[in-house]
Design a protein around this ligand. Structure first.
Ligand code: NI
Length: 248
């Protein structure tokens, strides 16, 4: 179920059966010469919608802009500051909690969001610990899951790409976007074929170290067929993890 396609009465009815929701969260940032700018938002969105339609899980709007300051050296990348992203998470959780959503699962597509989102969760819990009074407990349960670290996806990524998957502009995420949007498959020269790996600080430093935008990846054999297999693996991982989360 997609929240954006429901009426408020349908949401009320859903809440009588379940208090869970999945919110895809991603980023709009460069993904190298063959990766789409929207990769990190597209991947969790299609996986969440896959799980949502198969299991009747409510899926909220995709938070499509994340913390990507280090990609601003490349055209088209957009970032929120960490504190802006944390404020967005805070307000989204409080809005959903007001309606009775108690299990709020953020399905993430971007490693750069992880620290900030977990920090935002701690701010929300701190409100109760500091101001809730003795014995007060937050009604909501929050979880951040990454579509790309589930056990089935990890096994399949290893099988398909091994150490050529990389850590940014990964072969797995690019294949998944090609499955979702076959009309957007890209072809470009990759030199070197496997990108360098390492750490970085700001946007200029990132561009100097990783000139075409990729980190550690070789996406030269990405294709929709690989993407379809990754999609099925990711949907199965998500359904399992979400059902487990609902029991918490
Ligand atoms: Ni990515």
């Amino acid at each position: 179920m997609k929240l954006k396609l429901c009426t408020w009465q349908e949401v009320d009815t859903y809440l009588q059966e379940s208090d869970g929701i999945i919110i895809p969260i991603g980023s709009h940032e460069q993904h190298g010469p063959t990766g789409l700018i929207g990769t990190d938002a597209i991947c969790p969105e299609v996986v969440a919608h896959g799980a949502g339609s198969r299991e009747g899980i409510m899926v909220g709007p995709t938070l499509g802009i994340g913390m990507a300051q280090h990609h601003l050296g490349f055209a088209g990348s957009i970032t929120l500051r960490p504190r802006t992203l944390a404020a967005v998470i805070h307000d989204v959780v409080q809005s959903l909690d007001r309606h009775g959503f108690r299990h709020i699962y953020f399905l993430n597509g971007h490693g750069g969001n992880i620290t900030t989102v977990n920090s935002a969760f701690q701010e929300l819990y701190a409100d109760f610990s500091l101001h809730g009074g003795y014995g007060a407990e937050a009604g909501f349960h929050l979880k951040l899951g990454n579509w790309f670290t589930g056990k089935r996806v990890t096994r399949l990524s290893d099988e398909l790409y091994g150490d050529r998957n990389g850590s940014h502009g990964t072969a797995a995420e690019i294949s998944l976007t090609y499955y979702a949007y076959p009309e957007a498959v890209k072809n470009a020269e990759l030199e070197p074929r496997k990108a360098p790996d390492g750490s970085f600080r700001d946007a200029a430093d990132f561009r100097r170290r990783f000139p075409d935008g990729r980190m550690g990846s070789d996406p030269s054999d990405c294709c929709p067929e690989h993407g379809e297999r990754l999609f099925e693996a990711a949907v199965a991982d998500l359904i399992e993890d979400y059902q487990q989360f609902l029991k918490s």
